[in-house]
Each structure stands twice: as C-alpha cells, then as structure tokens.
Design a protein around this ligand. Structure first.
Ligand SMILES: [Zn+2]
Length: 612
C-alpha cells in the first residue's frame, strides 16, 4: 500500500503542471479523490479544484466528478493511476505558479487526496523541466529528500498528506543565502532576480531567527528552515509553514548592494538601527515580514487552535482565536526587531503608533469584536469590499494591541517579574509536553495564572467587545506616553504630508484618480463625505465651484476652512449632483507615542531569552 505522486513543470508557456498519482492497493468502487478547499494560514475557501484542467485515468478517460472538489474513483483490485493537468498562474504565496522563469507550488494546489488514506505516508517525484532555460533550475523545499540529484530534482517523502502540503516547493534559477541560527541550518532562496547585499540580508536574518529561537528556548523545533522569496515589481505578503515560509516582495525591498550604497549615498528613507547600520524603509518592512512568518513556526504551526487538529481541508474551520495567533505574532514581529537592535526605539514607536491609528480610525472597531473578526475571517476579513473599514476590525492589528495590553497587565500584576513572554514560553512548554491545541477560551485561562482572575475577566470582556482598548494605561505601564491629534485631508494614513495637514478640514474618504476628477474608493462612517451623501465610486469634480482632482481636492477643501459647509459637485453613476459638505476637522484619531518612563521602556524593549 502506498501513494506516490509525480509533478512535472511540463508546459511553462501554458502555465500547466502535469501531476500523476499512483494509488497502490485495492480501490473500492465509490471511493473519492478530493482537492483541498483551502490552505492553512489563509482563511478563505479557494476551491483549488477550480484550476484542474483534466483529471483522467491511466487510459486518458476523464473521471466522473462527484461535486466541485471531488471525483469518483472506479473499483480497482490492484490500484490505479490518475493523471492531472493543473493551471498555475497565481502570483500570491497561497497557490501555484509556473512560467519559464520559475515554478512554485503549495501541495494543496496540485495534489488530490483520498480522504480515507489522508494519514498514509506518500512519496513525491519532482521532475526537472525540459525547456532550455530549465537547465539552470534547482529545487528549494523543506520536504524530506529521499533520493535527489545535485539540483534537488528527484524523490521526496512525507509522513502524511498534511506534511506533503505544508512544505511548499520553489524551483527556478535561484539566488541563495545560507546561515545558521542556534545551530540549525537556515536559508533564503530568492527568485525574480535582483542585485542586493547578500551579507547584509544573511546577517540580519540570522539576528532575527536567533532572537526568536532564544525567546522560546533552544533547541529550535525544526531540523532546518527555508525562506522562499519571490521578487516582483509589486506585492508584499507571506504564508507560514512548519519549517518554511513563502514570501513575496518587491525588488526594492532587498538591501541595496553595499558598493552601490556608497555611490548612491544615503538611501531615501533609510533609518539607522541601534547598530548604526542604515536600512531602507522597504527593507525593514520586508525584515518585519520575515520576523512575523518565522515567529509562526512556534505560534500557529505548532501551538495552534485545537480546532485545527487535524486540519479539515474540505470545509471552513472557524475559530475565535485568530486574534491570538495573528495578533500575538504581529505584536512580536516588530518587538523582536527593536529588541535585536535592527530598528531603534523611535522607529519602533512609530510603527506601533501607526497600528494604533489604523485601528482607531476604522469605524469597524465599533462594529466588530476581535473574536467575531476571527470567526468570520472566511467571509469578512478575507473578502473585504469598499465598506471594509466601516465593518471589519483587523484581528491582526487589534489583536496586536490586545497582546500589548496583556503584556502590560502581566508586568503590572507581577511587579515586573513576569510578562507576556513568560506566558508564551509556558504555552510552548505545554505544547512540547502534549502537542495539544488551544481551547477556544485558553488565552483567558492562561492569563488568569499569570495575572489573576480579575485580569482574565477583563480580557474576556474586551475580546467580545467593540470599541477602544485601555491603551493609555497599558502603554504607561510599559513606559510609553500616548497622545492623540486630529488628521486632515482625505487620506493621510501616517504620512508626513498627513501630519502637515493635521487639524485642517477632513474629507473622510480614500481617493483614486479618475479622468479629471477624484473617485471615492472607501467612505468612512460619520465622515463629512458620508454626511454629504457621497458614496464609493462617486467622482468628485469640484469643491466650492472649483475643479479638483485626486491631488488638489484637499487643498481646495482647506481654502474653505472658515466656512461651515462647502458645495461639492460629483458624478454619481454618471449623473452630476451637488452636495453640501460639512467643513470640520476629524476627531483626534492619530496616535503619537513618546517616552514616559525611561526605565520601564528600556526593560520592555530589552532582549528576552528563555531561562534568563
Ligand atoms: Zn501571520
């Protein structure tokens, strides 16, 4: 009895992988072959079967479908073989891609499974491409190699289907950076071509990985680790796996070659870390992403919701705990960077202020709790439309701020002898002992042990509540002062230009250029734009009778700051309307952070090591 897959990057110009599954042993009539409907870490029904072009038996006859994700297998006493063709041109990290330059896949996109045999071990042959460019291709994956050539093509094995699909495969002409963190071999492979400073990237990644391993305690839980980075001209994101992460980033996010930096002078927007080394904003954002996904190695890939054990690939699996897994991870991604000295204190407080501002400005935080946001991720957070800011609170952003509150409460309750770091290490020890998942109310129960029942009750209340968090108080415990100021203009999300406009009339919508006017993309609840009866897709063409576009609207609004209202002309579904827009400043919803207590701040931002 065995299950054996082969995958071939056979038709790069048509973006088609050819896949074969050989099922050993008897197959009973009516057994099903299924495709996963989602990929763990990305909480949306994606129905990967939609990319299957053909699924045939050994004689080239199509198998009969049973539903949108399943096929009927004919009875076969001695097993059978099926052939598939799968289209792969999804540039995200969640599916599969194939062209002349590279091939990438998550197993969920290419490999069907037998529900009754999902726990069986499997082998996988990865075949080399036959096109001429393919001669320079190699394979990079954390799948267990069984018999592979120098370029990585050949046979791999996995203990079960879950393992098979939790090690994405990257192939192509790859750049590679190798390093060790706490004795474990790590690497980043990069496709998409870019000139960058390999040593800088290697040293910075090693610092981040070492900090996370030491945070949870050595030894690291994985035998090796791989960052699989695809560079392009746009895009930013990552997906966590047990021993790897798939990332997408822009070429500008890579550290500039040291020699080029000397010629070009200081890079635009470069900031100095505590180590005095200059790093660009884009590069620091990329390192923050690496830090985030790497932290997931412990938090969500091992410690995880009990509801994810095992992953039910055939249906949505709602959990109220995404605020914990994504929020805690978002809290520690940047915190680890400042603790490791990659960013300085001022930079870190700036990032934190942006998160606070984002949550505060979204009317969604008065509509949805973080636990509701978690449970409804499948239909809301992952299916955001124009009204998202008014309807949804991010379980990442508000979850990170709740994590900060939890950290402050534990420090307060223990007179500074314990922190959230200790709670996370305790969870990690529990996982190592039992491998058990987290019950839906486990964060409340765990914090009761670290900060008492009253704090646990406070957390429980906030988890299911909408509205503001007690951030002023929590930040003060950590030595940070919080002030609020008004914003001005249309869309100044934390920018320097926005700071200049602060306190000037607020429009209350995000804008996009549209012919000679400004198209409203999102309109914020309670804003002047909404109260003027303007809606998404309206195109504003004049303010106060003067022609405006995306770049001049704020300026013309400011010229009417002394009035109570100003007339606005806009096209609504093609018809010109005139509306009266209230002229007023926004509520003070832009966070500004500063040092309140030097000693507390420096304790909070110091490296945190297990057993220290
Ligand atoms: Zn995450």
């Amino acid at each position: 009895m065995s299950l054996h897959y082969t995958v071939s990057p056979a038709r790069p110009d048509a973006h088609v992988f050819e896949v074969t599954l050989t099922i050993d042993g008897p197959v009973e009539d009516g057994e099903r072959l299924r495709f996963a409907r989602w990929i763990p870490g990305s909480y949306l029904i994606r129905d990967f079967a939609r990319s299957v072009l053909r699924l045939d038996d050994a004689h080239g006859r199509p198998l009969v479908k049973t539903d949108s994700a399943g096929w009927h297998l004919p009875a076969a006493a001695d097993g059978l073989t099926v052939h598939l063709q799968v289209h792969a041109r999804d540039a995200s990290v969640r599916a599969a891609w194939l062209d002349r330059e590279r091939g990438f896949f998550n197993g969920t996109s290419l490999f069907p499974y037998l529900p009754a045999r999902i726990d069986e071990s499997v082998t996988l042959d990865i075949l080399a491409p036959s096109h001429p460019d393919g001669e320079r291709w190699s394979v990079a994956t954390t799948l267990q190699a069984q018999d592979v050539d120098a370029r990585g093509f050949g046979r791999y094995r996995a203990a079960d289907f879950d393992e098979l699909v939790d090690h994405p495969v990257e192939m192509g002409e790859l750049q590679r950076v190798d390093f060790e963190a706490c004795g474990v071999p790590h690497a980043m492979v990069i496709s998409g071509g870019a000139r960058f400073d390999h040593e800088r990237l290697r040293d910075d990644l090693a610092m981040i990985c070492t900090a996370h391993v030491r945070f949870f305690g050595e030894p690291a839980p994985m035998p090796r680790y791989l960052f699989q980075t695809a560079l392009a001209d746009s895009g930013h994101g990552g997906l966590e796996h047990r021993d790897a992460t798939a990332l997408m980033a822009t070429r500008e996010a890579m550290p500039m070659p040291a020699a080029a930096m000397g010629t070009a002078g200081t890079a635009d927007g470069a900031t100095s870390g505590a180590d005095g080394i200059e790093r660009s904003e884009e590069y620091l954002t990329f390192l923050g992403l690496c830090s985030h996904e790497y932290f997931h190695t412990w938090n969500v890939k091992r410690i995880k919701p009990a509801r994810f054990i095992p992953y039910a690939f055939e249906r949505e699996v709602p959990t109220r705990l995404l605020w914990f897994f994504e929020g805690i991870t978002s809290y520690y991604d940047d915190l680890a960077m400042v603790r490791a000295g990659l960013i300085d204190r001022e930079h870190y407080l700036g990032l934190l202020a942006k998160t606070i501002t984002r949550v505060q400005r979204g009317a969604g935080h008065d509509v949805q709790s973080v636990t509701a946001s978690s449970e409804d991720a499948w239909t809301k957070f992952y299916k955001q439309d124009e009204n998202a800011p008014n309807a949804i609170v991010s379980y990442y952003a508000k979850g990170a701020l709740l994590s900060l509150c939890m950290d402050a409460w534990i420090r307060e309750a223990s007179d500074g002898t314990r922190s959230l770091d200790d709670l996370m290490r305790d969870l990690w020890q529990r996982w190592q002992a039992t491998g058990a998942g987290l019950a839906e109310d486990e964060p409340e129960r765990r914090i009761a042990e670290f900060a008492g029942e009253a704090v646990a009750q406070r957390l429980a209340t906030l988890l299911d509540a909408t509205g503001d968090l007690p951030l002023q108080e929590a930040l003060a415990t950590l030595g940070v002062g919080l002030d609020w100021r008004a914003r001005g203009g249309s869309d100044d999300a934390g920018t320097a230009a926005g700071a200049k406009r602060a306190g000037r009339p607020w429009f209350g919508a995000t804008l996009a250029p549209d012919g000679g006017g400004a198209r409203l993309v999102q309109v914020f609840n309670g804003s002047p734009a909404e109260r003027a009866g303007l809606a998404p897709n309206d195109v504003v063409v004049a303010v106060g009778g003067y022609r405006v576009d995306r770049t001049t609207l704020d300026g013309w609004l400011a010229r009417h700051a002394d009035l109570d209202t100003v007339s606005v002309h806009a096209f609504q579904r093609g018809r010109l309307v005139e509306r009266s827009l209230p002229v007023e400043a926004s509520a003070p919803d832009t966070a500004v952070l500063g040092t309140l207590d030097e000693a507390r701040l420096s304790v909070w931002l110091s490296p945190s090591v297990a057993g220290a």
